[in-house]
Design a protein around this ligand. Structure first.
Ligand SMILES: *[C@@H]1O[C@H](CO)[C@@H](O)[C@H](O)[C@H]1NC(C)=O
Length: 243
């Protein structure tokens, strides 16, 4: 039984390696919003090697191999050429416009988190971190205000980082020496909002620290209750034994 299975596998493999692979890739390429640079590229491949290609900017088919050159000649003198030229308007333009409005013109607002990233230590000032998550498109401006004025020093930002799911994230750090009466805020300017959004830094205990304290305190209370219960249980048991 095992032998037969192996034989079948070898047979399929040999058919695959002996096969031919022919495919076509049609591309509508543009990098401007008004589509003035729209280009149609239609490429025919045989076993991964491009044979013949239509490029709408060139306006005709061009062959890359001997067979491809012959094919280009045939298509350039037949009805195919006019059809391909018309395809730029008929096929690329409407599809590209659909994609523009469905994807490129969409904007998703970032989720912004402003927190203390590092406490001051060993002569280094503390670091504030302003993070924007899950936004689209990637173009974004994250900056800091100190008493309403844009901060230009003591700050550093990462690039927009792709999450791999169309969304992006970015992180900006500011060196921070708490000064009484000073107002610090992080500003996020993104296509998802008409106006830049200002997030003010609250110098009272940050939430993460508050959470840590709350967590520690609950642990302490729980510990006291449990050890008291254990102690009482022990007391009861041992007094019972003595009786
Ligand atoms: C199409 O042809 C134009 C003009 O020669 C050239 O600039 C462009 O790069 C070509 N496009 C592609 C995808 O090869």
């Amino acid at each position: 039984m095992l032998l037969i299975l192996q034989l079948l596998l070898a047979l399929t493999l040999s058919i695959r390696t002996g096969g031919y692979y022919h495919y076509t890739i049609t591309e509508c390429i543009s990098s401007s919003a008004d589509l003035s640079d729209l280009e149609l590229i239609d490429t025919y491949y045989f076993n991964k090697i491009p044979d013949v290609q239509f490029n709408s900017t060139v306006g005709k088919y061009v062959g890359f191999t001997e067979v491809g050159e012959k094919q280009a000649e045939v298509w350039n003198s037949g009805p195919e050429l006019q059809q391909m030229k018309a395809a730029l308007e008929r096929y690329c333009k409407p599809n590209r416009q659909i994609h523009s409005s469905a994807i490129l013109e969409k904007a998703v607002k970032p989720v912004v988190q402003l927190m203390l990233d590092k406490h001051a230590s060993g002569g280094h000032p503390a670091l504030l971190m302003c993070s924007a998550y899950d936004f689209y498109p990637p173009a974004i401006d994250v900056y800091w205000l100190r008493d309403g004025k844009k901060v230009t020093t003591d700050m550093i930002s990462t690039a927009e980082m792709a999450d791999g799911d169309w969304y992006y994230q970015i992180h900006s750090h500011l060196e921070y020496t708490p000064t009484s009466g000073e107002k610090i805020s992080c500003v996020v300017d993104h296509a998802s909002s008409k106006e830049p959004i200002i997030y003010e830094w609250d110098p009272s205990l940050p939430e993460s620290d508050r959470n840590k304290i709350a967590f520690g305190a609950s642990g302490l209370v729980l510990g006291i209750i449990l050890s008291a219960a254990g102690f009482m249980y022990y007391k009861k048991k041992s007094s019972g034994q003595w009786r």
